[in-house]
Design a protein around this ligand. Structure first.
Ligand SMILES: *Cc1c(COP(=O)(O)O)cnc(C)c1O
Length: 233
């Protein structure tokens, strides 16, 4: 099933890149493997997927123990301070940094490992109170500047989740807002390249609005509804 799903997905990504005249090379596919077992990851990896996303620190730690660095790991979930060490050990990128405290902790753990940790700042473009992420431009700018003072952090871009809605206009606005924010930051002398946006239900809009990292789970691995433990899946 993963092989067929990937084939269909890649066709859709290629088609949409072509339609909006984007180079597909600059749109990286991150397969979100949360809840799914290591066999699913190995299968997708054999089919050419190199980047995988996880949203729980312990789950990432355990999968990393099994699969190691042959996978490029992305941490995309809410990160508690006491679990930062697991994410830093495993992840090539941490997408979900939304506070100075968290950035400091990541910097501290990265220093211990003699590593420079790639991070993105999570922005709440939908302004939904239940969502994580920085809420306004001033906050984002402040954290961008703070990150330049942290020697073991490399800030590469911004991440967002669109609101849960069928209204394409609202989704598009959320992605466009993130892109405009990145452009504005870069006009202030920074050089952020990455826009992590777009999931199973909205990745085509995200491609049109400039996404460089798509985080796609169910379109590759199937529905997560009935899975409670990845070791049994
Ligand atoms: C689960 C998750 C995804 C992938 O969601 P799908 O709808 O399955 O593609 C993307 N980003 C984040 C932050 C997630 O938690």
């Amino acid at each position: 099933m993963i092989a067929e799903n990937l084939q269909v997905l890649k066709k859709r990504i290629t088609a949409r890149c072509f339609e909006c005249q984007r180079d597909q090379q600059e749109v990286r596919l991150i397969a979100v493997s949360k809840f799914f077992g290591t066999n699913a990851i190995i299968e997708a990896n054999r089919l050419g997927v190199t980047d995988f996303g996880e949203n729980k620190a312990q789950e990432l730690r355990d999968k990393y123990e099994i699969l190691g660095d042959k996978i490029s790991w992305h941490f995309i979930g809410n990160l508690q301070k006491n679990k930062v060490k697991y994410a830093v050990r495993a992840a090539s990128y941490i997408h979900s940094v939304d506070s100075q405290i968290l950035a400091n902790e990541i910097n501290k753990e990265a220093k211990k490992l003699n590593k420079v940790q790639n991070i993105l700042l999570e922005v709440n473009t939908s302004l939904e109170a239940t969502k994580a992420g920085l809420l306004d431009k001033t906050e984002v700018m402040k954290l961008v500047k703070h990150c330049t003072t942290l020697s073991n952090i490399n800030l590469v871009g911004l991440m967002t989740m669109a609101p849960l809605t069928d209204d394409e206009k609202i989704i598009r606005k959320s992605f466009a807002d993130l892109r405009n924010l990145k452009d504005e930051i870069n006009q202030n002398g920074f050089d952020l390249g990455e826009l992590s946006m777009g999931m199973t239900n909205d990745f085509e809009i995200a491609i049109e609005e400039g996404a460089t990292m798509l985080r796609i789970g169910s379109a590759i691995f199937g529905q997560r509804n009935n899975i409670t433990d990845w070791r049994q899946s």
